[in-house]
Design a protein around this ligand. Sequence first.
Ligand code: R5P
Length: 265
Amino acid sequence: MDWGLKNRLSRIIKPDGRTVMLAIDHGYFLGPVQRLEDPSKTIKPLLPYTDALMPTRGVLRSCVDAGNDIPIVLRASGGNTIIGEDLSNEEVTVSMRDAVRLNVSAVAFSIYIGSKYEHQTIVNFSRLVDEGMEYGIPALAVTAVGKELEKRDARYLSLCCRIAAELGASFVKTYYCEDFEKVVKSCPVPLVIAGGPKLKTDFDALRIAHDAIERGASGVDMGRNIWQSENPVAMIKTIRAIVHDDISFDKAKQMLTSLKGPKRS
Ligand code: R5P
């Protein structure tokens, strides 16, 4: 692995092999998602507990202080919207030149395996890997499912993650699922998990973070289950302890409960 690429990746995935990424890129197809209406306000209290931030370039330029030293995993795909015809219709939306100008640590691109635009997303992701290699910028493949959340099982996600790694992803973002260890086992690069839509309780989100780490994930790249929580700082602190300190699920529940402050207005 080239030094520059290795160096950038090491800023995201810490020496213990783990990372807590905070995803705030949802607006690129969802618009002003609840509790991410004002990204600066949402991320400010969370940044001290975040290893890497995943925004779009628009939010990065307008809402993230350039004096901040946090590694950026830049959302570099788009072209779809929640009210459009097909969520899988994504292409590269950021030039590598602009990614370099933004001093990002990685670029992120969604691949939609088994969808109408599978071929397009696979080929575009491969091109992004090539361009990233020229500058030493690693690529994160996101195994996206669009609106078909029921697709998220070990058989399908193993296929997606393995294909992503074969195409040259330096790391892969996927979903937690039953038999997750099978997904990890067949993927030769680090895996991080998304949280998906807000779960019923914060404990449910802690559970998937804990179980994913226990079964071999290298970390999380969560959004809604952190910043849509009534207690986002308590959530990210607890998730951090799960990821970096391997605390048990029971300990995580206790930690979250004791960290919870008064509900926000
Ligand atoms: C999709 O909306 C985005 O790419 C997010 O980065 C990703 O889904 C992770 O965020 P969440 O944990 O909210 O699913």
